[in-house]
Design a protein around this ligand. Structure first.
Ligand code: HPA
Length: 245
């Protein structure tokens, strides 16, 4: 069984049920990942965990070293990666509290180091990205959620925005016209870099607020934190079921 890597997002800087064997800071040709890699296991199944925003949640989305993170996981022997993501819900099915295994992504980010294929090339390389997520890992996540008794939405288009600010309501209306269901700040270039590295990558997204303009008034941190806490408890059950399945 391929080693499972988990990239934790906001609200998931640790996996409580993970039995930790060791932590290791690694360096990569692209610099250091967000934190030391945590090697551990769930019920005997090996896991490598990496908090995307650093152990103390101090690295904003546009400053995450996505290349180093994915490279470090692959060097650690990881073949399958689940990226956890806290997102805003745009379409009606994505109300706060909903978990979604996304199936498409649109990249609205800019100025990020978004590829490994830009220097020292033997030839120009273009990866196929028609289906940006690894279908077998998506199915594994859906299956694990069923076994864990956690309801998840199968499929949704993730809009990756630059951040760290939240969007204007007009921006959200545009994303909706583009066909996006969810909006977050870290899905790209993470998803594409995983593909460039040949990793099987899927995203488990947790809606923690209605996106801008989709509810009355401004988006509050209190709302986000409330949904993060309860939703991540459900997400942890899914992750444990993936690891143990
Ligand atoms: N927009 C972008 N990223 C997010 C949001 C949002 O509304 N909520 C959580 N991450």
């Amino acid at each position: 069984m391929a080693i499972l890597g988990i990239i934790g997002g906001s609200g998931l800087t640790r996996l409580k049920a993970l039995q930790i064997d060791r932590q290791e800071m690694v360096t990569t040709p692209y610099g250091e990942p967000s934190a030391p890699l945590t090697f551990g296991h769930f019920d005997g199944s090996p896991i490598v965990f990496l908090p995307r925003h650093g152990g103390a949640h101090t690295i904003p989305p546009h400053r995450v070293n996505y290349r180093a993170n994915l490279w470090a996981l692959r060097e650690a022997g990881v073949e399958r990666v689940i990226g956890m993501a806290a997102v805003g819900g745009i379409t009606p099915a994505m109300q706060p509290g909903v978990l979604c295994v996304t199936d498409q992504v649109i990249d609205y980010t800019w100025g990020r180091d978004h590829t490994l294929f830009e220097a020292d090339l033997d030839s120009v390389t273009h990866i196929d990205f028609t289906e940006p997520y690894c279908e077998s890992l998506r199915q594994t996540l859906l299956d694990a959620a069923r076994r864990a008794g956690v309801s998840v939405v199968d499929g949704g288009t993730y809009a990756a925005t630059q951040g760290p600010r939240l969007e204007s309501s007009a921006e959200i209306r545009r994303l909706e016209r583009d066909g996006c269901d969810l909006v977050g700040m870290t899905g790209m270039p993470e998803t594409a870099l995983a593909r460039e590295l040949g990793l099987c990558y899927a995203c488990l997204a947790l809606s923690v607020n209605w996106a801008a303009g989709k509810s009355e008034g401004p988006i509050t941190m209190a709302e986000i934190e409330h949904h993060l806490e309860s939703g991540m408890a459900e997400a942890r059950k899914v992750l444990a079921a993936v690891a143990c399945g």
